[in-house]
Design a protein around this ligand. Structure first.
Ligand SMILES: *[C@@H]1O[C@H](CO)[C@@H](O)[C@H](O)[C@H]1NC(C)=O
Ligand SMILES: *[C@@H]1O[C@H](CO)[C@@H](O)[C@H](O)[C@H]1NC(C)=O
Ligand SMILES: *[C@@H]1O[C@H](CO)[C@@H](O)[C@H](O)[C@H]1NC(C)=O
Ligand SMILES: *[C@@H]1O[C@H](CO)[C@@H](O)[C@H](O)[C@H]1NC(C)=O
Length: 433
């Protein structure tokens, strides 16, 4: 999703370490458990039931593991480089993060930043970072992951483009486009991700989002750039989850379709990704308005029907996906369709998490999605019409009811294997430059 070009800022988890514990909350599985405990049954029967119960425990563990919200703001004012922290751009308001973790019990934030700020144009895309910008970003990530113990997706919000973010999502050279002499190379992108991963290598709560919404480029090149990022990240020894986008603004509904000017479907390429740790998932976005853009108040697109082809593809290829952006307007039909989509994700175990678009410290009354009467998900703000914003409307009606009752506070790789849940172990270290 694209941020406004410039803004005027106005400016409990269930403890324990066994998946059996939280399963007692679920209907059919808990009755299996009680049957297994029934002393009137033969021991062998009880053991068989207990075995069934444990298998069920594992499959429940593979459902929604991460649930939360986008923190958008680090990419704001993209026409103004480097920009001023707290004025042109900012990452989080800590008290907002407190509200979301302490009261809403979410465990995921997707934190956006701009690659042209992290890697200034003078030195180009690569391993030379602006240390001031990096520190500001890292402070936000560490507040979320170390202080609040939630997960943070690191999101270079760049549409797989670099060198001119002034008119995102269309401006800037496509990374790896060898026909464009000004374009950064795929190797530069790999160097960038290698450096970034190195700096978070000890932080288990970080998830690496390769890039936001590639579009209108060769799908093969997206595969190549994704693969380079994975190689770079794994070359450092970093083991955390990686999420990889596809073409067409990484739309879930269009995953198996031609997008843009005849660009091949993401589904033709992305199953070729290889990760030595098998800990890479697919990153998709899905808005429920008529053209999937998130710019309309009315919802017209049913999530389950539109995601069905992606779901099949994920199942066929033994892959998982996260829905890292979605949105719907402030009205009953949107609430209905959004609940339906989030329920669909929970019902299909190829989906492991979601984050709503968007909270963020600089939105003010502006809408992050879906019409002026919607506003953003930042607590404490109104919408542009002076009414309650999406945190008071969309969130309680269609997002809060879908937050899993059990928060997962430490999820161990590999993703395609059995996910070990509910360990409170935490390694709060990060690598200092
Ligand atoms: C952060 O959020 C709190 C609570 O909504 C608000 O009082 C404060 O003004 C916000 N800070 C900034 C810098 O926006
Ligand atoms: C690095 O970022 C800081 C904070 O945005 C900014 O003040 C400074 O000018 C930037 N330096 C370069 C070389 O871009
Ligand atoms: C950046 O992109 C915008 C929009 O396409 C264009 O008008 C502008 O000239 C570009 N800036 C540079 C330095 O290329
Ligand atoms: C990754 O998956 C492949 C194919 O299923 C398997 O051969 C390999 O052992 C797995 N690697 C890890 C680290 O789990």
């Amino acid at each position: 999703m694209t941020a406004p070009l410039s803004v005027t800022p106005d400016v409990a988890p269930i403890p324990g370490n066994t998946p059996l514990l939280f399963l007692l909350h679920t209907g059919t599985t808990s009755s299996t458990f009680w049957l297994a405990m029934d002393p009137s049954r033969k021991l062998s029967h009880r053991l068989a039931l207990l075995f069934t119960f444990c298998i069920a425990a594992v499959s429940v563990g593979a459902k929604i593991l991460y649930a939360g919200v986008n923190e958008s703001g680090g990419e704001f004012g993209s026409g103004n480089l480097p920009g001023r922290f707290g004025v042109d751009y900012a990452f989080i308001n800590k008290s907002t993060v407190d509200t979301f973790v302490d009261h809403e019990k979410i465990n995921l934030f997707r934190v956006t930043f701009l690659m042209e700020r992290m890697c200034p144009l003078a030195t180009g895309l690569g391993s030379t970072f602006n240390e001031t910008y990096f520190r500001e970003f890292r402070d936000a990530v560490n507040y979320i992951t170390v202080t609040k113990r939630a997960y943070a997706i690191i999101d270079p919000h760049n549409y797989m483009r670099y060198n001119n973010a002034s008119a995102q999502p269309i401006s800037g050279s496509v990374i790896g486009d060898t026909s464009d002499p000004k374009a950064a190379s795929t190797a530069d992108f790999q160097a960038f991700w290698t450096e970034l991963a190195k700096r978070f290598i000890k932080n288990e709560k970080v998830i690496f989002g390769i890039n936001n919404e590639p579009h209108d480029m060769d799908t093969q090149l997206i595969l190549d750039n994704n693969q380079a990022a994975i190689h770079g990240i794994r070359s450092t020894g970093a083991k955390q989850l990686i999420i990889a986008p596809g073409n067409g603004f990484t739309g879930g509904h269009s995953w198996t379709q031609v997008t843009g000017d005849n660009n091949a479907p993401s589904s033709d390429y992305m199953a070729k990704l290889s990760d030595p740790l098998n800990n890479t998932a697919i990153d998709v976005h899905e808005y429920l308005d008529v053209d999937f853009s998130g710019s309309h108040d009315e919802c017209a697109q049913p999530g389950p029907e539109n995601l069905a082809a992606l779901t099949n593809w994920l199942q066929e290829n033994n892959l998982k996906a996260m829905l890292t952006e979605f949105g719907a307007g402030n009205n009953e039909n949107c609430f209905y369709l959004l609940n339906e989509m989030l329920q669909y994700l929970a019902d299909n175990d190829v989906y492991i998490g979601w984050s709503a678009w968007a909270a963020g410290p600089l939105w003010g009354t502006f809408r992050s999605c879906c019409g002026d009467d919607t506003g953003s998900l930042e607590p404490g703000n109104t919408n542009d019409l002076g009414g309650p914003n999406a945190f008071k409307t969309v969130w309680p009606n269609a997002i809060r009811p879908n937050i899993p009752v059990h928060a997962f506070w430490s999820i161990k790789p590999p993703l395609n294997g059995i996910v070990a849940a509910l360990s409170r172990d935490f390694d709060g270290l990060f690598v200092e430059k």
